[in-house]
Design a protein around this ligand. Sequence first.
Ligand code: 15L
Length: 273
Amino acid sequence: MKTILITGAAGDVGTHLRRELAGKYQIRASDLRDLKEKFRGQKFVRADISKMSDALRITRGVDAIVHLGGYSVEGPWEGILNANIVGCYNVFEAARRNGVKRILFPTSNHATGFYRRDQTIDHRVYPRPDSRYGVSKVFGEALGSLYADKYGMEIFCMRIGNVNPVPIDKRRLSILFTPRDMAQLATIGIEHPDIRFEIVYGVSKNRRSWYDNSNAYRLGYRPQDDSEKWAADIVAREKPGGDPVAELHQGGVFCVAEDIPNPAPLPKKKRGK
Ligand code: 15L
């Protein structure tokens, strides 16, 4: 059985993924924070990936890395810099030094959030980040491309929409990514024998999707869920209006906000306070 390191394992996405992959892999779960939910056979290692020594320690001896660790929304530059730029570099570089070839990098729809909602985009479009957070995800994609070309590593970038069992609002009808579909795509990212550098969209088969996700389908992804079955209820309960720039673009409120409440805040000292 392969050993997989999941960084940011305590967050919502990390917890869904650990639940879905439990028993399929030997999972080393790392985070700064304690795990709220634990699953049998998963080993917890506390680590601060903004320190290279921690990144080297946790990446030793694994077959692949799912690098979820980092700041997960728009917020203060210092938090994003430490977690998503320095932390991301440390994990990729530590993997290289430890001989770990395969990294699944969960990037975000916010790497391309300034595309309009009336556009369909594929994996080849030029990034149009909607936030400092989105820029940090583009950085991770670029780093992945460098490590694939220069060091022969195998990098699978999954531009995640919104991971949830059900969509939570109108925008998320277009980007829902159910936990079981995420587990399927992540497994492709871990197992596919022929990955050098790929970008795919981490979304279910939503009828309202803004993405041409043919690259994921080419690699064997067959999503099972479609947000449309919740659409009528969600559209009926959502009040019209809202910020016109947010409404026009795929990234929504990330296109206009400077700070979005972080669902998983870093401990205060890590935010440079
Ligand atoms: C993301 O990239 C965030 O990590 C997540 O918290 C959600 O805000 C998601 O995007 C979204 O766009 O819904």
